[in-house]
Design a binder for this molecule. Sequence first.
Ligand code: HEM
Ligand code: HEM
Length: 209
Amino acid sequence: MKPSRQSVQVWDPIVRITHWSVAALVLWDLYEDSGGPLHRNLGYAAACLVLVRVAWGMVGSGAGNIREWVPDRSGVVAYVKAAVSGHPPRHLGHNPLGALMMLVLWILILSLAATGWMSRLDMFWGEDWPKDIHGVLADVLLALVSVHVVTAILMSRLHKENLILSMVTGRKPAAPDQRKLSAGDGESTSPSGPPVVADSRAVSPGRRP
Ligand code: HEM
Ligand code: HEM
């Protein structure tokens, strides 16, 4: 019998709970866009959860820690080149382009809370621009969330894994030669697919070598 592919814990419960709660709140606010009390309170709740996640990204360990995946220009450029050539490496944590998207989504949600709040201040009474900016930010967020979901599906197909289920269970299939990796090895190759970037800290969150 073919042995099942081993899996490793990647996303801790705080990452998963904040992700799905923020996603639900944002989707609701994009749908119920009256600006009424429910819309406002759920929007503030989404922004607070983003702040909780950012704080956790600074103090928590493992793949959820922002230091593990904060993108730099060379990493993003290298990843884009690999993606254009049709062979983007697999990452256990966020890939550099995905990481950039995560940061932009967080910034958009925080900016929506700020502009929503501003649009109701006496200071801006009679001014349309805070509301206009709020509407534009919401449109951009909707577009990027659509790209985010489509990309998650496409990357799942490319790397023959279910990234969406991984955001639910927290686990991802281990790289075939994961056990051979030691701290700092970083990259390895999979015999049947694109290279795998197996960040050792993403493999065993909380137990950093
Ligand atoms: C408004 C809706 C959404 C927002 C704002 C959003 C935002 C984010 C953010 C910020 C992350 C990074 C998670 C972290 O490190 O804490 C993330 C990851 C992820 N999201 Fe979403 N998300 C949304 C909806 C969805 C939906 C509907 C799906 C799937 C159907 C999805 C699938 C994923 C997956 C698979 C990852 C992990 C990607 C990876 O493995 O690198 N997201 N999302
Ligand atoms: C996840 C965060 C949020 C999202 C995705 C979101 C999205 C939207 C959208 C799509 C609209 C309709 C814009 C238009 O008609 O052009 C809207 C309107 C509005 N939002 Fe938000 N919003 C969020 C958070 C907030 C927050 C925290 C407040 C707090 C005050 C707020 C206050 C308002 C108000 C007052 C309006 C009505 C503006 C008008 O009268 O045209 N929103 N929002």
